[in-house]
Design a protein around this ligand. Structure first.
Ligand code: PGA
Length: 242
């Protein structure tokens, strides 16, 4: 059986390296005992080299990258840099990047290509807004985000995070049955796009009470924001799969 992939997305947290190390160590202590789960931590760029020095089983993930390998792009980080300091993964197209930094599908497509070229495993985030859900447009949105970002790429395995935007950071996770319908839409779209194999994760207000429902619904893993900053809560989630 494939391991369940659980990714902690710390976003722009915590505020000190010391806190980051503490959370990491506490998660690592638990993760060692959970053989069915692959734990990945997506930390702010500045903490990644220190976390990489730990040579832990926990794999590291960037929260974004630039589409070029190097050059005059003040403030940016390339996919190769992430790979070179020991990251295996990179989150791309997170809704916070799309909303606050105006990332379009065209930009995300270029970043995906950069991530793949650098031999990182990109995690492509997709999801509908509350408004789009109300208008019954969820499937159109999911298919269009996948098509626009993936149709020109040659990828064997793709990791997708289905994150309904209205469920992120709101405490209102998606109903697992509805999430399952959207999972089926995503899987069919990926087959049509000739993506050979994929892992589809659920993200959006995951906690220890609801985490299992999404794995039961057929998701291959979870992308966890707020609950991953509290190592006790996150470790409870891991224990569900021991
Ligand atoms: P949340 O965030 O778990 O705090 O809702 C999820 C995410 O943004 O990846």
């Amino acid at each position: 059986m494939e391991k369940i992939l659980i990714i902690a997305n710390w976003k722009m947290n915590p505020q000190t390296l010391e806190q980051a190390m503490q959370i990491f160590d506490s998660i690592e202590d638990e993760a060692k005992n959970i053989k069915n789960v692959k734990v990945v931590i997506s930390a702010p760029f500045v903490y990644l080299p220190k976390l990489a020095e730990k040579q832990s089983e926990i794999e590291l993930c960037g929260q974004d990258c630039h589409w070029e390998k190097k050059g005059a792009y003040t403030g940016e980080i390339s996919a190769e840099m992430l790979k070179n300091i020991g990251c295996e993964y990179v989150i791309l197209g997170h809704s916070e990047r799309r909303t606050y930094f105006n990332e379009t599908d065209a930009i995300i497509e270029k970043k995906l290509k950069a991530g793949i070229d650098a031999k990182l495993k990109p995690i492509l985030c997709i999801g509908e807004t509350e408004e789009q859900k109300k208008l019954g447009k969820t499937s159109v949105i999911l298919i269009s985000e996948l098509t626009r970002t993936l149709q020109q790429l040659v990828v064997d395995h793709m990791i997708i995070a289905y994150e309904p935007i209205w469920a992120i950071g709101t405490g209102k996770a998606c109903n697992p049955e509805i999430a399952k319908k959207n999972l089926d839409i995503i899987r069919t779209a990926l087959t049509n796009l000739k993506v050979k194999t994929s892992s589809v994760l659920y993200g959006g207000s995951i906690n220890q009470k609801n985490a299992k429902d999404f794995i039961k619904a057929g998701f291959d893993g979870l992308l966890v924001g707020k609950s991953s900053l509290n190592s006790q809560e996150f470790n409870h989630i891991l224990k569900l799969f021991a």
